[in-house]
Each structure stands twice: as C-alpha cells, then as structure tokens.
Unconditional design. Structure first.
Lengths: 211, 211
DNA sequence: GGCGTTGGCTAATACCCTTAGCTTTCTGGC
DNA sequence: GCCAGAAAGCTAAGGGTATTAGCCAACGCC
C-alpha cells in the first residue's frame, strides 16, 4: 500500500481547497481526508486535530489578506489609502469567501501557541495604521487606533452583511459600498487630499470605484 | 411516566436559554432536550429538526431587536436616531451575544417557508429607514436604501469585530465606537440637527454616550 | 541489508442529528 | 363514565462528525 506523501503544509493546502469551495464552517477532517485519499485518523500524523487545522488555515488567510493590503496601499496615503483598503478587503471576500470567514474567525480560535496568529493580525492593523499615520491623522497614538478601528469596522460590516445575504433589497450594492467609503473619507480626520481622478495613483486610470 | 408538557413555543424558549448561555453555534438539540428533561427525539414532536429550531430562534431574536430599535428611535430623527440605533444594536449584542449571532445568521438559515423571517427583517430596515427619511435624507428612495446600508454595515461591523475579539489593543472600545458614530453622523446627508445635550430627548440627560 | 522513524491503517469511543415504530397519556364525544 | 383517537413521550437504529489507541508497512539512512 503506497503512501500519499502528505505533510503538514500539504494538509493545510487541502484544507484551504475545501474552504474555497464551501464555507469555513464546512471545513471538516473528513472532507480533507477525502481529498487526500486517506483515512481520517491519518491526518493526525500531520495536524493536532480540527482546531489546529482551523488555526493554520486562519493563519494562512490572514497572511494572504495582509499581503493584499500591503500591495493595495503601496504608495497611497490618506483618503486614497482608505479607498484602497476598502476595495482590497471587499475584493478578497468576494474572491475567497471561505478564507475571509477564516480571517474573521481567527481571534476565536483559541490557544495560538506561538502567538503567530496574533502577530500577523497585528501586522494587518499596522498596514492600515501606517497608511493613515503618514497621512496626518491627528497626533496621539490612541487616535490612530480609533480611526483604524472605524475603518475596519465599517468595511468589515459591509462585507460581512453582503456575504451573509443581509442585503435583501435589489438596489445596487456597489453603489452602497461606494457610499460607505465616501462617508468614511468625509468623516475621518485625514489631511492628505484625496487623489484627483486625473492624477490617478498606481493601478491605472479608471481603477474600479464601485467594486 | 408523566409528560413534560412541551409545545413549540416552550421548546423555542429553551433554545433561547441555551443560546443565552453559549453561542448560537452551540445550539444543539441535545442541549435543549437536556433542559427539557426529555429524550432528543421527543423534540421532533414540536419542531421539524435543528434547522427549524434555528430558524425559530432567529425569528424571535430579530423581532426582539426590531422592538428595541423601534423603542430607541421613538421620537428621534436624523443624527440622533443614528446614535440611538447604534447604541441599541451594540447594547443588544452585549447583553445577548448569542441572540445577536442568531440575527446575523438569519439570512443563511434557508427556506423560511412562510417568509416570516424575511418580513420581520424588512421591518428592521424600515424602522431605520423611517427615522432617516423623516430627517431629510435626500430625495430618491434608492438614496435611503444606501444610507440605511451604510449605517447597518458600520454598526454591525464594529459590534461583530468586538464580539469576536477582533480588537486586540487595549485602547478603550467605547471611545472607538463613539468615534464611529461621529463619522457616520458627519458623513451622512442628514439635515435634521443633532439634538443638543441640554434638550436631551427621552431617555434622560446624560444618556450613555460611550456604551 | 537491517532497523528505526514515519505515515498510513483499523477498531473503538463518544458526541451529534434524524427516522421508524412503539407505548403511554390525555382528551373529547357519546 | 368509558372508550377511541390524537398527541407526546420513549427506545432502537443508522449515519455523520472528531478523537484516541494500537498495529503494520514503507521509506531512509548507516
């Protein structure tokens, strides 16, 4: 009887694949074992159990989202960075709903023995904070924290409601999202002006505004 | 062997009790049966299964939240209504985290045979819409829809992140929430002025601002 | 080539939901 | 007051899930 040649990374890859065609809640050892062509208990040779696997999936997802945020805010500051963050998050959730759910579930996933999850989550906050700090968000460090929370909350709330089917009416959701971003930009203490449409930052002209 | 005297409403009551000391995900037929002092299959005499029970719990929770929103917006319009809605939602989530999770899970709960859940959800949106419409939110009906979505998204996002432990830093979350409300009020097209502190609306002076 | 490590397996336990079918209790009409 | 029939409980059984224990075969290295 030949071996399947699994290892921890491969198991997590399969778990991500499971999450990608389903919900995060649908991540099950049985599903992963099925894809691996292996009996369920065999997975315990690579992973400490379902909780461990969930944690690992969340870690990957958060890291991936951080990378996207970094890329999206590259060279942008202030209002423009807020817009970029908003669209990056919504885009990620649309593309990979299961992974986005994993990101959200991350804090509740318990032990986090090496604190890796906490570290990479803090990184996510830093990426946003840096973009805002560089844009003149008012002095005190606490202020930046509050502003980052406001941005995260607003964007996450919209994305989460959308993902869960919370918007029952037929009106255009892209327009609603654009509206949300406008409200954020208008209400936040950002000194850097919003980039004009003519002098569009990297990403090319006509960067999608409504998606 | 005496009867337990259950009925559909009583089973749902017990389910709500289960949800109230745990998470919505922890709602299990076994737990309900345990509280009822009854074997698990007996519940099927009153409820069509776990999915049905979940739906019923969600229905109750949404109705309860709607009632609170109605009460909170009573006599308030515009900016003040937005503040009231925000605090009502956050207060409900803090007081009954499991039920708030049920509200959020509602749209994903499937069939909703009589459309009761859809109806009461629409009611929730209407309560907010009415308060804003009466406050001069600009003309077209679509505009009201977008604004209501912005408010719902921002508030829900904050509450959801908070509930999930998504705010790792020690800074005061009440202050962050107040900031979020300020951003909403500042960014929305509300004509009605914010009620002055001196002429505080029903609820008494010094209504909690940071909770 | 042997031997230890490793990665698979089966078996067993303990949860969970759900269906089927039985029995007991309550209730309502005569 | 009695006697159906309906309603509400039960046990038994079957199919998911995760997890632990213990076995055995394959791989790799000396």
């Amino acid at each position: 009887m030949p071996r399947a040649g699994l290892n921890r990374a491969a198991v997590v890859d399969l778990a991500l694949a499971v999450v990608d065609d389903g919900e995060f809640e649908g991540l099950t050892l049985a599903a992963v074992a099925g894809r691996a062509g292996v009996a369920v208990p065999s997975l315990y040779k690579h992973v400490a159990g379902l909780a461990d696997l969930r944690r690992e999936v969340a870690l990957r997802a958060v890291a991936e989202l951080v990378a996207r945020l970094r890329e999206a805010t590259e060279g942008r500051r202030g209002a423009d960075a807020v817009t970029a963050v908003a669209h990056a998050v919504r885009g990620y959730a649309a593309e990979r709903p299961g992974r986005y759910a994993a990101v959200q579930a991350a804090p509740a996933l318990g032990d986090d023995p090496q604190g890796r999850l906490g570290a990479v989550s803090a990184e996510a906050v830093d990426v946003i904070a840096d973009a805002l700090r560089a844009a003149g968000v008012a002095g005190s460090g606490d202020d930046v924290v509050h502003v980052v929370r406001v941005v995260r909350a607003a964007v996450h709330g919209f994305v989460d409601l959308e993902r869960r089917g919370g918007f029952g009416l037929p009106q255009d959701r892209d327009a609603s999202f654009a509206r949300l971003v406008d409200v954020l930009v208008a209400g936040l203490p950002i000194t850097a002006p919003r980039a004009t449409r003519a002098a569009a930052p990297p990403g090319g002209p006509g960067r999608p505004r409504g998606r």
